[in-house]
Design a protein around this ligand. Sequence first.
Ligand SMILES: [Zn+2]
Length: 301
Amino acid sequence: MKLQFGFDLGGTKTELAVLNANGEFVFRQRVPTPRDSYPLILQTLAGLLNMACESLGTPRPHSIGVGMPGCVDAVSGLVRGSNTLVLNQQPFWSDLKHALGCEIRVQNDANCLALSEAIDGAGSDAGVVFAAILGTGCGGGMVVNRQLVTGRHAIAGEWGHNPLPWPSADEIQVPACWCGQTGCLETWISGTAFAQDHLRHTGQTLDAPAIVQAMRNGELQAAETFDRYVHRLGRALAQVINLLDPDCMVLGGGMSNVQEIYPRVGEVISQYSFGVKATTPVRQAVHGDSSGIRGAAWLCR
Ligand SMILES: [Zn+2]
């Protein structure tokens, strides 16, 4: 049986999973990421692969997918933009290839989400799928006919670092983004940004789940923070429609669990999409926290 191997290399946990042809997990192991040592990260990945091959009684796969934050520069082959800082500026791709003895396909977590959901998740019935992670940060990925669109510079889908469209007067004072720009979508519609917006307007320091709970308890200020959030998200997704007009949009990350988003965001999208009442479904990711690892495994299908 054809097996698909995928690593999810996160800032705190490193996971290896093996999927069978039906997309079922046949092996799954998670260990802490040795985030302060580049050689130890390589050793950890090699150790997990040995464990999986022994446990399954299978030879080393021809290729393995790796999902991680940041990207491998298409020209230099060096990692950039990873929050596991020791990976940045390392030739991770070629070093890992030698450490594991097989071919490597590396993609960021948002691209892995998009691929996972397009293949057997919330977008499996759609030809063109746009997926967004709304979590600590904000990223996007695009899949066309079950193939990831990565782009000339491997930055396709970096929608989180486009500016918030159609800003209102009180959105002109834009927050700074870690990427060096100001007013990026990440600073408005990530879970982190949701909490910061609440703090700016109310002086209350609450995390995103606590604000959602306050809204459900009927607190007016929390409801207003959520109204602003849905409106910004709707505008951001309308911009995706005006550029790509996908068949389906899928949301992942912590904010995607807030069910109140789904019945409301479509109306805002329609208000800003060009000349149409948008019928594009906006769906919650089906595979939840497993999207990263599943997408990584599907990279080599
Ligand atoms: Zn940015």
